[in-house]
Every structure is written in C-alpha cells, then in structure tokens.
Design a protein around this ligand. Structure first.
Ligand code: 13P
Ligand code: SF4
Length: 379
C-alpha cells in the first residue's frame, strides 16, 4: 500500500523558533551540573522531601542518571512511557513527580486527576508534540471521518482528546495490527518514522502525519553500516522513531525498555544503540560486561541539532526537582473535559496491554514468550 503524505511539519517551524520550543533556548535552560558535594546534598534533600510530601518519583530513561538512581532508590520507577503511565496510575502516592517531558506529566494527570502531578520544568516539551497542533490535527481528522484515530503518547492532552487510541512505542505495533485485523483504516500521528515502521510490519492502511523526533531523526543509515563493519559481532538495537534506513539495519526495534531487555536477552558482546544517549546509564547497569556503542548521528547531511541527546529531557535536574518538591510549583493542570475525553484513548491502550499479558499461555516457553510479548525480535 502507498503511504499518502498529508502534512509536513518542519522541526524549526514557526512555533519552534519561539521561546523554549526553540532547541537553542532549551539547551540554554539546561541547569549547570552540580559539584559532587552539591549533588550529595541535593540527593539527601530530595529523599527527605519525597518522604515529607508523600511523593513518588517517576523518571524516564533519557533523564539525568542521578534522577534515575534516585527514582529507584526511593521506591519510584525508571521506565519507558508505557510503564511510567501504568506505574503512576497504580501507585497510591498522592503526589507524583514526573521527570521527563510535558506529555508524560499530562498522561499521569489524565490517568490520576485526583493526584498532584509536579514536573521539574513545565517547559520541557517534545518536537513530536510541538509538531502536532490540535487545530490542524482536528481538521485533518475531520477530513477523514472513516478512519480510526491512533496517536502516539508524545502529543498534547487536547490531541489525545480527539483520538480513539493512544499508543506508546512498546505497543503501537500490536494495537495497529489488532485494528487492521478488524478491517479498520487508520489515521496515525505524529511520528512519521514510527508510523512508517508500523505500516511496513502490519500492512495496515494508514494516513501518516509527518512529525519527527529531533533526536532519532538524526541517526544515519549509511554511517551505521560503516560502524557495523567495524563491529561485526555487535547487535544493533534501534528505537522506532529512527528513519527507515536505520530501522532496516536493526536486529531489534523497540521502546527504551525493550531495547534494554534485548541487551540482556541477546547473546552478544557489543551493542550499537540508536536512541537518546540517556539510556546508557541504566542499560550499562543491566549489562555490566557488555560494550555499548552510540549509533552515529554525524556524516552526510548531518545537522546535529541534538546529537542523540534530547534537550527537553536534559532540562530535568536535581536542583529543579528539589525546588518543585519544596515549593509545590510546576503543577500540571488539565481542563477536566479534555482530560476526561483523553482518558478514553489511554485506557483503551492500557486495557489492551493488560489483555495481551493475560493471553501469554502459562506453562509455555516463558523466556521466549516474554520476549515476544515485549516486542523483542528481528525487525
Ligand atoms: P519510550 O516510550 O520508548 O520510552 O519513548 C519515549 C520517547 O520519547 C522516545 O523518544
Ligand atoms: Fe520527544 Fe524525541 Fe525528546 Fe523523546 S527524545 S521527548 S520523542 S524530542
């Protein structure tokens, strides 16, 4: 089936040249790294505040390693977007501090409107979210009323409110395959690379919005091939927000959690990893004896606006985390009507994920089935 490109959104589109949505402004806002003594003091302060405020820390793998360690040490969670959503919803704490980007905090609020959701910096956004303004997206959906609307988690609450399903990178493929099997035609937004990958794997009829992640869009297929020649024993692990030329070279395509699981499960001494370099912190802890190599972003046509490091994820720091816990500032608020509508599409995904888990037969080859469930397998 031929993909029909409906919408082109450039990264440095007008709305991305203003304020914090401009990459340079985001980098300028990244807090200065603390000294060792400051770090120790900040960590102690945060641990005390988390207890005092009965709060729990939920962090993404791309955030600073100290934040990830703190989340784990204090009974919070470090994970991909799907697990962050699930963990936040199910945890009894009345306050969640979400270290990541805006859509992650919004998803937590939509799923738990009664909880207080704080973020270290509310301006930490995402190029996919920025590239999918709700008015244009609504017009796009309205023009194709015969299609089921599937949106990636990396979107605003208002865009989710217009969608039938929300998916994350760890489960998007299974959900689209499920819809395709029911004969449904799909609108997909906003990540064109993830949409193209899912379309190629499922054969579903998908209209693709043309957004991209400014981190993953920079990985280079030609340069990756050269690197693979230098490391013939390395397996290649790729996040599906990467371009098709990179995905085509992958041994495993998956979400951040699935990439870490693959490194643990696959019998290889080295891995070339195409995703934000923040993942190396937890990944190296998970496979201490294995060598992890960054996939190339340099080479022909390189711009290196991010060099495999998300500027908005980097805005999360120990200092602004301590400050929001102390002051209660940076709370996420969502219009209740939008939140209620957006919840339906997130709940659909979470129910589907729960159902998939149930369908894994007990008594089978658990290692193999576990791998299949988590989407670890050849591209
Ligand atoms: P994951 O759900 O795979 O963690 O991805 C989130 C994200 O923003 C990747 O760029
Ligand atoms: Fe968005 Fe890309 Fe940053 Fe993830 S890495 S938050 S998709 S800009």
């Amino acid at each position: 089936m031929q993909n029909i490109s409906i919408k082109t959104v450039e990264y440095e589109s007008p709305q991305m040249n203003k304020g914090i949505s401009c990459v340079a402004s985001a980098w300028a806002r990244v807090p200065v790294a603390p000294s060792l003594e400051e770090k120790v003091a900040l960590k102690e302060r945060i641990k005390r505040l988390l207890k005092e405020k009965q709060a729990v820390l939920v962090a993404h793998y791309y955030t600073d390693g100290d934040l990830q360690d703190l989340a784990e040490e204090t009974g919070g969670c470090v994970s991909d977007s799907l697990e962050m959503a699930r963990f936040g919803r199910d945890h009894p704490a009345k306050t969640l501090v979400v270290a990541g980007v805006r859509f992650m905090g919004e998803t937590a609020k939509i799923l738990s409107p009664e909880k207080r959701i704080l973020m270290p910096d509310l301006d930490a956004t995402c190029s996919l979210d920025l590239g999918c303004p709700v008015d244009e997206f609504t017009a796009f959906c309205d023009a194709h009323p015969d299609r089921v609307v599937v949106v990636y988690a990396n979107t605003s609450a208002a865009v989710k409110a217009r969608a039938d399903w929300m998916v994350t990178s760890s489960i998007g493929l299974q959900i689209v395959a499920h819809l395709h099997a029911q004969g449904k035609k799909i609108i997909w937004a906003p990540d064109k690379h993830l949409g193209q990958y899912i379309q190629s794997q499922t054969g579903a009829d998908m209209l693709l919005w043309q957004g991209a992640c400014l981190v993953h869009d920079e990985f280079k297929g030609i340069e990756l091939e050269l690197l693979m020649k230098e490391h013939p024993n390395a397996k290649v692990l790729v996040h599906p927000e990467s371009p098709a030329s990179v995905v085509a070279l992958a041994d495993v395509v998956g979400s951040t959690s699935q990439i870490i699981a693959a490194a643990q499960q696959l019998d290889a001494p080295e891995f070339i990893v195409a995703t934000d370099r923040g993942i190396f912190h937890k990944m190296q802890q998970a496979v201490p004896g294995k060598r992890l190599i960054e996939a190339p972003t340099a080479g022909n046509s390189a711009t290196c606006k991010s060099c495999a490091n998300c500027p908005w994820m980097a805005m999360n720091s120990l200092a602004n985390l301590a400050e929001v816990l102390e002051t209660g500032k940076n709370e996420i608020h969502i219009d209740p009507e939008i939140g209620r509508k957006a919840r339906t599409c997130i709940d659909r995904m979470l129910d589907f994920a729960a159902q998939q888990k149930k369908n894994v037969r007990p008594g089978g080859d658990l290692a193999k089935e576990g791998a299949l469930f988590s989407g670890v397998g050849p591209a």
